[in-house]
Design a protein around this ligand. Structure first.
Ligand code: ATP
Length: 376
């Protein structure tokens, strides 16, 4: 599916601003962004419930904008399930086949196949009000899939479910996607959901697509400070480039051939100088943003013994440890009072656990490869 130059305004308000996306066949693709960023509007444009002011949408090479929703082969699963309350599970799923006047035998066989896919065979006779939230959502998925669309559009399909069930349904959705192999476009504002199931993610804000990439790309190399902050927890600081040197030997493990890598020194107010590797062309004196994920920072009571030149090392005091079983989160006060978030995973049974406590003097360190300059 290709979305080309799609823009949409409601009155003076621009909801989508020149959206360009190429979504691969069979991909689990997520539109991720905060409430109001325009992701549902984009999904509704693909489905045919809304028209763009300008732009094109093609599915498998067919321009779908002139087509009504039922001819686009892009079916939607809505957040509120939108089931017919007076019909049984079986009849909800069979509905569109009955309209198409398929034979009784064909309808039975097909509906049973799809009820099996979503593990609801035993509930075929029930009405929606006799089902749990997760079961209702599975009926909605079976109903949207039974016409064998080319694309399944999912608009925050799990947001009405509690956290545990959401996790479970997410795994089921992923398995259904693997089984049927069609394109899924999944709208969510939940970064954990998007990271855990997507092949690729488009991060949106204020009607713009800020970055498209694999979950790993988006998490590890956020393109803007918004993406860094929106995806997971991070430390984000304004900084000034103090020094830049070309590196002859690349330090980044996955650097592409022909790409130049630089070692930069950044001056961060209230902290001091830090080193960071980058492939961005930056100049001395330039204002940039620096980000480092809390789990990339090593925290210890003893001074690390490494002599590596690419390690950033600071001393500070633990301001606020938050223990949560598998990990402890710390705020460490360094320099002139700058707070740095650090996460220590309690990896195995020999781990000492919460051995670092409030007010402890600690060392925090990270490699120049672990931080990023964003928004250049
Ligand atoms: P959410 O996660 O809250 O559903 P979203 O990213 O899906 O948010 P949209 O539903 O696409 O966002 O809405 C984007 C903006 O467009 C919002 O500010 C919304 O109020 C506005 N909007 C959406 N539909 C209309 C409409 N029919 N008329 C006027 N404004 C609209």
């Amino acid at each position: 599916m290709v979305i080309e130059g799609v823009s949409k305004s409601f009155g003076d308000f621009t909801v989508l601003n020149d959206i360009n996306l190429a979504i691969r066949k069979g991909e689990f693709f997520s539109l991720l962004g905060p409430s109001g960023c325009g992701k549902t509007t984009l999904l509704r444009i693909i489905a045919g419930f809304e028209s763009p002011d300008i732009g094109a949408v093609t599915i498998d090479g067919t321009d779908v904008l002139p087509l009504p929703p039922n001819q686009r082969q892009a079916n939607t699963v809505f957040q509120n399930y939108a089931l017919f309350p007076h019909l049984t599970v079986f009849e909800n799923v069979a509905f569109s086949l009955r309209i198409k006047k398929l034979s009784k035998g064909d309808v039975n066989a097909k509906v049973l196949d799809y009820l099996k896919l979503v593990q609801l065979e035993a509930h075929a006779h029930k009405k929606p009000n006799q089902l749990s939230g997760g079961q209702k959502q599975r009926v909605a998925i079976a109903r949207a899939l039974i016409n064998e669309p080319r694309v399944l559009l999912l608009d925050e399909p799990l947001s009405a479910l509690d956290a545990k069930l959401r996790q479970h349904m997410l795994i089921e959705l992923d398995q259904i996607h693997d089984k049927i192999g069609i394109t899924f476009i999944y709208v969510t504002h939940d970064q954990q959901e998007a990271l855990s199931v997507s092949d690729r993610i488009a991060v949106m804000n204020l009607g713009n697509v800020l970055q498209v990439g694999t979950p790993h790309d988006i998490y590890e190399s956020p393109a803007t400070d918004f993406v860094a902050r929106f995806i997971g927890e991070t430390n984000l600081f304004d900084a000034t480039v103090a020094k830049v040197e070309k590196l002859d030997q690349p330090l980044l493990p996955s650097i592409a051939e022909g790409v130049t890598e630089y070692m930069a020194e950044l001056e961060i107010p209230s902290l001091g100088r830090i080193k960071v590797t980058t492939v961005d062309e930056i100049k001395q004196g330039q204002k940039v943003c620096f980000t480092i994920r809390p789990e990339k920072i090593v925290i210890s009571k003893d001074k690390p013994s490494t002599k590596r030149g690419d390690i950033n090392l600071f001393q500070g005091a633990v301001d606020e440890p938050i223990y949560s079983g598998f990990q402890t989160k710390f705020y460490v006060k360094v320099g002139d009072g700058l707070l740095i978030r650090v996460i220590k995973q309690h990896a195995n049974y020999s781990d000492e656990g919460p051995d670092i406590v409030w007010k402890d003097q600690v060392y925090i360190s990270w490699s120049a490869n672990d931080g990023y300059i964003v928004g250049v």
